[in-house]
Design a protein around this ligand. Sequence first.
Ligand code: SAH
Ligand code: SF4
Ligand code: F3S
Length: 466
Amino acid sequence: MISTQLQKIDSELDPSAKNRGSYWIKTFGCQMNKADSERMAGILRDMGYQEASTELSADLVLYNTCTIRDNAEQKVYSYLGRQAKRKKTSPHLKLVVAGCVAQQEGESLLRRVPELDLVMGPQHANRLETLLNQVDNGQQVVATDEHQILEDLTAARRDSNVCAWVNVIYGCNERCTYCVVPSVRGKEQSRKPEAIKLEIEELAKEGFKEVTLLGQNIDAYGRDLPGIKSTGRRANTLTDLLYFIHDVKGIERIRFATSHPRYFTKRLIQACSDLPKLCEHFHIPFQSGDNQVLKKMARGYTIEKYKRIVYQIKDLMPNASISADVIVAFPGETESQFQNTLKVIREIEFDQVNTAAYSPRPNTPASLWPEQLSEEVKVNRLKELNLLVERTAKNRNNRYKDQLEEVLAESINPKDDKQLMGRTRTNRLTFFPKKGPEDFSYLPGDLVKVKIKDIRPFSLSGIPLK
Ligand code: SAH
Ligand code: SF4
Ligand code: F3S
């Protein structure tokens, strides 16, 4: 902490250290990448970079990349092509590729795009300053070796000042046969509960109202930390962490993602029901509604177990919302196996489902199997699934009609500055007028009671009541 403070004072005294030029960060992919980008933006600002007004005028451009599916990966190359061209006329431009494509491709990215200055995997995000100093010494740098993630001393530059991401576990030790994440994010590394709590206390002091604890497989939290209770149970589980951080003053809401059905416990469900700040929304991907497919995916649970978890949640929290991720057209998936997935969606009535057609990824077992399905099957199944998901979400949303919901105002609606937008405890995006009864004005950060009037598949609108 002290050394960052000294650096800050140094840069205030030395004006040349202060102005390093401008930066632009573009983030692809999941919340993990968003959180990493916010920390990297914090590092750049501490180094003396200012945020650029446009991508094409920035002195340093950083793409924080995703490779979960082929189309995500390809997007990055088109962005890079444009910047590589610009470097021919602006040789001072610094070009950085961070995140999961960087980790997957490593040095071969330099061969493909020789204009790159720095290629850095996700485990190196907190080392951005050291790596850029090497670039300033005239090197082209590749940082993709396995790395113990350092506790970050820099304050993240967060996009919101109401809701914040807090990493609790990095990496993933699962081996789902379709998934590239373990090979690009590395082994599980849990942060210490004390460090997490300290970060949340700082956030509360800065006025943040909501935190979302993040991990690719958040139920694995603490497995790599020491500590066994006298009962023989691990002392550092996600459930323990929730109790440990719950009472931080000023924080009104706590969320976490992503849950893995294999490790989701009854104790966790009970904690979510008992702890008032824990929001009633659960993101639990099920990937397929067919047990044989689940087995080939190496997910480690049956669809019956999955449903049991959902019904246990609904028993204790009848209004809870449940969302999930699903993959269609996994290698060898038959029409009737696909129908089993649709059946689960009809039965459980999800509030939201993120859907994707299977995409073969490098270094994953399923990509080598001969029973790959055609593009046509992928497109058709995805279309059918999306129609059902939209219908189910809309039906589910009808339960909000004329209800009074607590909404945490997050920001002004970018499409209508007379409106605020925020989310219900169940994570439903909700719009409402800034002005309430008797001309009372609400601000981002306020918890507002909103009477819901309009229902759409993925959002709500209503009027605020004092
Ligand atoms: N850790 C989370 C998900 C991480 S990736 C979990 O275990 O559920 C986010 C989502 O991308 C996955 O849930 C899955 O639905 C999708 N996904 C991952 N690999 C994919 C692939 N090869 N093709 C299509 N979708 C994929
Ligand atoms: Fe990928 Fe499975 Fe890990 Fe999720 S749990 S990140 S799907 S390997
Ligand atoms: Fe993408 Fe990496 Fe997240 S591959 S989904 S950005 S972990």
